[in-house]
Ligand binder design. Structure first.
Ligand SMILES: NC(=O)c1ccc[n+]([C@@H]2O[C@H](COP(=O)([O-])OP(=O)(O)OC[C@H]3O[C@@H](n4cnc5c(N)ncnc54)[C@H](O)[C@@H]3O)[C@@H](O)[C@H]2O)c1
Length: 275
């Protein structure tokens, strides 16, 4: 009898994955990681040009099949059309990474103080972070139940879904050319991700579909020195994360390496939430 290969548990050959927000800072790394472990990958994002660029690079580099699909995950018709396209191009879906998150075009509205926050802006963010996540989990989960081969759904939360931001780190902090903060709608939506994960993990446990949360801490992506320093001082490891450092947790959750793990939250935050 041959012995189990632990390394092979991480192998994703023969699997098809969808990554929403796949053209974003973390999304493109997640797509590359899944592709390197052998999965065929559908890169799904509202940014039509970026999804094609990411898909081309994956095909060339990893020799898997990938497809970039422009889709607005807040729109049921757009999700339905995208799902049909993925299945007809890449076959049955086994992995969904529910990873997209909304940023507003109107940054003054997005970063407005809580007392002035508009319901319109609140709903715009919730529409992507929660409604879109619901539509994607529903569409992919239904498909997984039907094909009966099981699956793994991973949903991206944030450190600010499990703890409040320390408001002091935003003094003098700049990003995208302006003063920033973390709005309450972001924390609220990211806390809801964890609730949806736990619900679905139990709901689909007997269907062989596992559902887990991946929670990144702050990732370095062009914030000014003041922010980086103030944030890093709060982190036991003493720095922000690099985007690549989120990928191995995703591979673990997506693959059979985590076959007995469901309803959980893997926090990759340099220890920020540990004290
Ligand atoms: N970067 C960080 O520091 C950090 C920290 C904690 C959690 N996160 C979470 O990680 C995930 C990825 O973050 P990121 O840093 O790559 O952000 P990002 O803004 O670079 O990527 C998000 C992607 O989602 C896409 N998107 C937005 N609305 C959409 C819609 N309606 N339909 C389809 N796609 C849509 C955007 O076009 C973008 O490419 C997010 O859920 C985010 O909340 C990020």
């Amino acid at each position: 009898m041959s012995e189990l290969s632990y390394r092979n548990l991480f192998d994703l050959h023969g699997k098809t994955a969808i990554v929403t927000g796949g053209a974003g800072i973390l999304g493109r790394k997640f797509c590359a990681g899944l592709a390197e472990f052998g999965a065929n990958v559908a890169i799904v994002d509202i940014d039509a040009k970026a999804v094609r660029d990411v898909a081309e690079k994956l095909d060339d580099r990893y020799g898997i099949k990938s497809i970039g699909i422009a889709c607005d995950i807040t729109k049921p018709d757009s999700v339905k059309e995208m799902m049909e396209q993925v299945v007809s191009s890449l076959g049955n879906i086994h992995i969904l990474h529910n990873n997209a998150a909304g940023k507003s075009d109107d940054l003054d509205a997005f970063f407005a103080p809580f007392e002035e926050y508009s319901l319109e802006q609140w709903r715009e963010i919730m529409a992507v972070n929660i409604d879109g996540m619901f539509l994607m989990a529903q569409a992919a989960g239904k498909h997984m139940v039907k094909h009966g081969e099981g699956g793994s759904i991973i949903q991206t939360s944030s450190i600010y879904g499990i703890m409040a931001p320390d408001q002091r780190i935003y003094e003098g902090s700049h990003y995208m050319g302006r003063a920033i903060n973390t709005p309450a709608v972001y924390s609220t939506s990211k806390a809801a991700v964890i609730g949806l994960t736990k619900y679905l993990a139990v709901y689909w446990a007997d269907k062989g579909i596992r559902v887990n949360t991946l929670t990144p801490g702050g990732v370095e992506s062009g914030q000014n020195e003041t922010f980086k320093q103030r944030y890093s001082e709060r982190v036991p490891i003493g720095r922000m994360a690099q985007p690549d450092e989120m990928v191995s947790a995703l591979i673990y959750l997506a693959s059979d390496a985590s076959s007995y793990v469901t309803g959980q939250n893997i926090v990759v935050d340099g220890g920020l939430s540990a004290w």
